[in-house]
Design a binder for this molecule. Sequence first.
Ligand code: Z15
Length: 839
Amino acid sequence: MTRTNTTDCNSHTNDSNNIKKLKRGFAYKLFYQQGVWPQNASLNDYYLAVSYTVRDRMQKMFLNSIRALQEKDSKIVGYLSAEFLMGPHLHNNLINLGLYDQVSRAVEESGLDIKQIIDHEEEPGLGNGGLGRLAACYLDSLATLQIPAIGYGIRYEFGMFDQEIENGWQKELGDRWLHPGNPWEFKKAHMAVEIGSGGYTERYTDDHGNLRVRWVPARMVKGIPYDTPVIGYRVNNVNLLRLWSAEAPKSFDFDDFNVGDYQGAVHEKIMAETITKVLYPNDEQFRGKELRLLQQYFFVSCSMQDMVRIHLFQFPNLDNFPDKFAVQLNDTHPAIAVPEFMRLLIDVHHYSWEQAWDIVTHTFAYTNHTLLPEALEKWSVDMLGRLLPRHLEIIYEINSRFLDLIRIKYPGDVDVVRRMSIIDESGERYVRMAHLACIGSHAINGVAELHTRLLKNHTLADFHRLWPDKLTNVTNGVTPRRWMVLSNPRLARLISSAIGDGWITDLYKLRKLEPLVDDPAFCEKWQQVKFENKQDICAMFSCDCGPVFNPYALFDVQVKRIHEYKRQHLNLLHIVNLYHRLKNNPDLDVPPRTFIFGGKAAPGYTMAKLIIKLINSVADVVNSDPDVKNRLQILFIPNFNVQIGHMLYPMADLSEQISLAGKEASGTGNMKFSMNGALTIGTLDGANVEIREEVAPENFFLFGMDVNAVEDLRRAGYNPQTIYNQNEGLKAAINLIAMGHFSHGDQELFRPLIDSLLYHDPYMVLADYQSYVECQQKVGEVFQDPGRWTKMAIRNAARMGKFSSDRSIADYCRKVWKVKPLPVELKLQRLPENGFKFP
Ligand code: Z15
C-alpha cells in the first residue's frame, strides 16, 4: 500500500514546488510559532520550525487514521509498556514520510544543515534498554504493517539519566528532554481520567438490591494523555503513542488556600505530580519501591479507562471488548491491569465475576522478557494492600479460584499449590506479578526460541504443564527503517542500488545480496562503506590530547546496559591479556584493534559501576602506552543511547554478545550489528542461537558453554579458583588488575570485582575465558583476510530477514492478537476556505 499524495511524486516541478512550500513553512513557523526573526533565531528555534512544518505534513494522515478506527469495525492493539525508548523523532519521520530529500534541500536552501537540525533533537529516552527499545521498534512495525495500535505508557518528565564519565566513574545527570519544547506531542486535556490510591473498600446494596463493593480511595490524581503520532513507512496509517502525565485533580490555590493551608495544598499538588516525574533507571533489577508501583498502577488504570471509553463510544456495553482490543502486557510492569480491569468490570460496570473474568482473560496477553530471578517483580502484600486495597481483594479472589482449579487438577499435591500460588508465602508475603500475568492472560510468550524453551522447562514449567497451548515463542526483531535506512545511509544506498529497495519493508529480500559475495566490485564497495563509517567516528573522537583512532583497526564493540550477566568484564580480561601479550612480544601477529564500550549502570548497582571504572582505567593505561600505539586502543563512549547507537552499529566490525548461556532472554543489539555487516562473537544465548542458525555456523564466532554445560558445571560444583590456578594467561590478566597496574598501584580499588570473580563468579566468566580468548584469536586471523571477512559480513546482513520487527509483529498478529491490517485511505478533506462556524 503506497501513499498517493503529492509527497510521493517525483517530478521535478512538483519537487521544487514542495521545496518552496517547505521553505515558506519554516519561515512561517519561525515567525508565528517561535516569534523570532531568522537572524535572531537559535538552533533550537530552527529545529522547532522544521519539526512543526514536518508535523503539519502528517496531520491529514493522522486524522484520517483516527477516523478509520472509529468508523470501521477494526480491532486495535493496546500495547501496555512502562517504557518506550523512541529515539529522535524528526529523522525517522522524514524517512517514513519520504520527505528526507526535500526537507534536506529546503533546509539547505535556507542556509542551514539538515544534519545539524536533526542532531539538535533531545531524544525521548523513556526507557532503560532492550525492553523499551523493543516497544519502539514494535510501534514502527505496527504502523508500517497497517495494524491499528495504541502504545500506552508514562510521560516521564525525566527519562533515562544522562551519563558522564568523571575520573573514570559514571556520574548521573537529570535528563531534561522536555526543556527545549516537544513539537511531536499533543496534550489532550479534555481526555483526562481520574486515578485513585489508598483508602479502603466497603460493601453496599445498590438500588436494585444487589450486593456490591466500592473502593473509597484516600487520594485522587488526574491522568492527562499526551499523544505522539507514530508514522508507518510510506503508508497512510498513523498510530498513536499515548503517554500519561499525572496532575493534581484541582487547582491548588482554591479550596485549601481559602482555609489557610496553602502549603498543604501545594504539597498535595507536588505529590500528585511526583508520580510521573522520573523513570526508574533499573534494568532487570527489581526494587520494591512504592512510587514505582504507583507509576505502574497509574498508567495502567489511565489506559484501561481510556480503552473502555473508546469501546463504549462504539458499543453499548463491554461484552465484546476482546473483539475490539487486544492488550499486550510488556513484561509484568503493567500486570496490575488484570485486577484493575476486573475492578472496572465488576465495581463500575456491574458485571458478574464469571463474565468479567471471561472478558479479562480474552483481552490480555503477556510477554516475559527475563529468566533472571532478581528481575521478577514481587510486591509486598502489605504495600500493595495499602496502596490498592480493592486490587488486593481481587487478587486474592483470582488466586483462590485458581488454586481450587489446581487442587482439582493435582489432588493431594500441596507443593504444586505453593509453587503456583500468586502469593509467595515463604517468608514475608509477596504478590508474584508473573503468576498474575500468566493466569490473567490467554497467551504467554518468550522472546527467543531458547528463552521460551527455558520458560517452558523451568521458570513457568508448572503453568506450561497446566496450559500446554498457552506458552508460545515470538522471537524479537528490530526495525530496519531506523537501524539501517536512518543510521546507515551509505549501506542502505549500496544495497538498494544492487537489489532495489523492497528490502526495507521485506527484509527477507536481503537474500538477494548473497550471490554478490562473488562480485569483487560489490565487495569493494561494501568495504568502502564500512571504512567510511569508521572514518566518521574517528573524525568525531580525534582531538589534540586524546588518542586518534585508527580506521584500519578491527572495531570490536560491546554496547548495552552494564550488567554482570552480560560479562563486560570477560571482554576486559581478554583485552588485558592481549595487552600483556603485546607488551611481552611486540612481534605478535594480531591485527590492530579498537575496543569500544558503551552502556549505563543502574545508579545503585555498585559492581556495574566498578566495571565502568575498570574499563576506563584500563583504557587510560593502554591508550597512553607507546608500546601498543596504533595496535590497541580502548574507548568508552559515554551516555550510550539511541542516538549514539545510530553511529555505532554501522561502524562495528565485531559485535560482542557474550552473556552466560541462559541469561540473556533475547538481545536485540545483536540483530542491529549483524544487519549492518558486523560479525558476531557470541555464546549460545538468547537470539544469538537463531542468528547463528540463519547465517550458518561458519559465519559466526561461537565460544563458551551452552545451557546444558552451564547446568552440568553448576551441579558438579563450580570453583573459579581452580580455573585461575590452571590458566597462566588468565592469572596474568587478573593479577595485573589486582596488583594495581591500572589503578596507580591501588590494590583495593578493584578488589570487590576480583574477589567476586575468584570466589563466586556467578556468571562463570572464568569458565568461559579460555574458549573466548581462543575464539578472539580466530577472529583476528580471519580479519587479516579482508576478502574472506567481507564475504562473511555480507552473508550476515543478507540473512537477517528473520530479525525484522515486521516479522515479529506479523507473528504476534497471527498467533496472539488475531488482528488484520487496516489500510487507511486519504479521503481528502480540505480545510474550509472561508474559516469555520461552530455547529
Ligand atoms: C529489559 O531490557 C529486558 C528484560 C527485562 O526483564 C527488563 Cl526489566 C528489561 C530485555 C532483555 O534483557 C533482553 O534480552 C531482551 O532482548 C529485551 O528485554 C527485549 O525483549
